[in-house]
Design a protein around this ligand. Structure first.
Ligand code: MD3
Ligand code: FE
Length: 218
C-alpha cells in the first residue's frame, strides 16, 4: 500500500522500535520530531560543501552523491577510502556538525543501548531515481565497538542487510522518511547496501532520498 499524500504530512506520532538483530534496531519515525531542523541543517551543509560524485579506487564514479560534516568526512578517490578533516573539493575543513545532528544521533544511540555515542563524522548521501549502493562493509572507522546511526529522509528505499560474509543471505528492510537505524554490536560489520531508488516525489524533500550516517571515525 502506498500512503497517500495526506498521510505523510500529518503530525509525527510516537516512534516505535523494530529489533533487527542483536545490536541493530530500527527506530521508526524517530527523526520526525527533528525534521524541520534537520532539513535546514542539511541545506546549510550542502551550501558550504556541495554534494559530489566521488570516484572509487577502481575508477568508477559513485551513483550516490555525497558530502560530509563534522571533524572528519569520508572520502573516496583513486588512492583509496579514508576519513579526512579537509573537504578536497573546497580545500577547507568540512562544515561543523550541526547541534541538532549530534543531538539526534546521541539520543537514538542511547535508545538502542549505546550510551555516550558522540559522532565526529556525518556522511550525507543523496539518491536519485535509479541510484543504488552495492553491498559493502563500513570498516574505515577506528573503533568498531562504536555504533553507526543512520537517518532516512525523503523517498523510501529498500535496504539490504546481510551478514559478516559478502555471500551471506540478505534481508530487505524498507526504510521511510524519518526512520532511524542504529547498527552496533555484532551487526556493526555486516554487509549492507541499498536497492535502486524508485521514482517518486516526497512532499518535503522532492525527487530524492537523503541519508545521514553518523559515525565515530577517530
Ligand atoms: C549496517 N549508507 O553510507 S545507511 C553508507 O542508506 C551506507 O545511504 C546507506 O551504507 C544509505 O555506508 C545505508 C545504513 C547503514 C549504515 C552503516 C551500517 C547500515 C549499516 C554499518 C553496519 C551495518
Ligand atoms: Fe555503509
Amino acid at each position: 500500500m502506498t500512503p497517500d499524500l495526506f498521510d505523510t504530512v500529518t503530525e509525527p506520532g510516537t516512534p516505535w522500535v523494530e529489533p533487527l538483530e542483536p545490536g541493530a534496531m530500527v527506530l521508526r519515525q524517530f527523526a520526525r520530531s527533528y525534521e524541520a531542523a534537520l532539513l535546514d541543517a542539511v541545506r546549510r551543509v550542502i551550501d558550504q560543501s556541495p554534494l559530489r560524485h566521488m570516484v572509487t579506487p577502481g575508477g568508477f564514479r559513485m551513483s550516490v552523491a555525497m558530502t560530509n560534516c563534522g571533524d572528519l568526512g569520508w572520502v573516496s578517490d583513486r588512492t583509496g577510502y579514508r576519513y579526512d578533516a579537509i573537504d578536497p573539493e573546497a580545500g577547507r575543513p568540512w562544515p561543523r556538525m550541526p547541534a541538532e545532528f549530534s543531538r539526534l544521533a546521541t539520543e537514538a544511540a542511547a535508545q538502542a543501548g549505546f550510551d555516550g555515542f558522540v559522532p565526529d563524522a556525518c556522511l550525507i548521501n543523496r539518491y536519485e531515481a535509479g541510484t543504488r549502493l552495492s553491498l559493502h562493509q563500513d570498516r574505515d572507522e577506528r573503533d568498531h565497538s562504536q555504533p553507526i546511526v543512520s537517518v532516512s529522509l525523503g523517498l523510501p528505499a529498500v535496504f539490504l542487510f546481510g551478514g559478516p560474509k559478502r555471500t551471506d543471505k540478505t534481508r530487505r528492510i524498507p526504510l521511510a522518511h524519518g526512520d532511524v537505524v542504529v547498527w552496533g554490536g555484532p551487526a556493526r560489520l555486516h554487509h549492507h547496501g541499498v536497492l535502486p531508488l524508485k521514482e517518486g516525489l516526497h512532499p518535503f524533500i522532492g525527487d530524492c532520498r537523503v541519508n545521514l550516517t553518523f559515525r565515530k571515525a577517530a
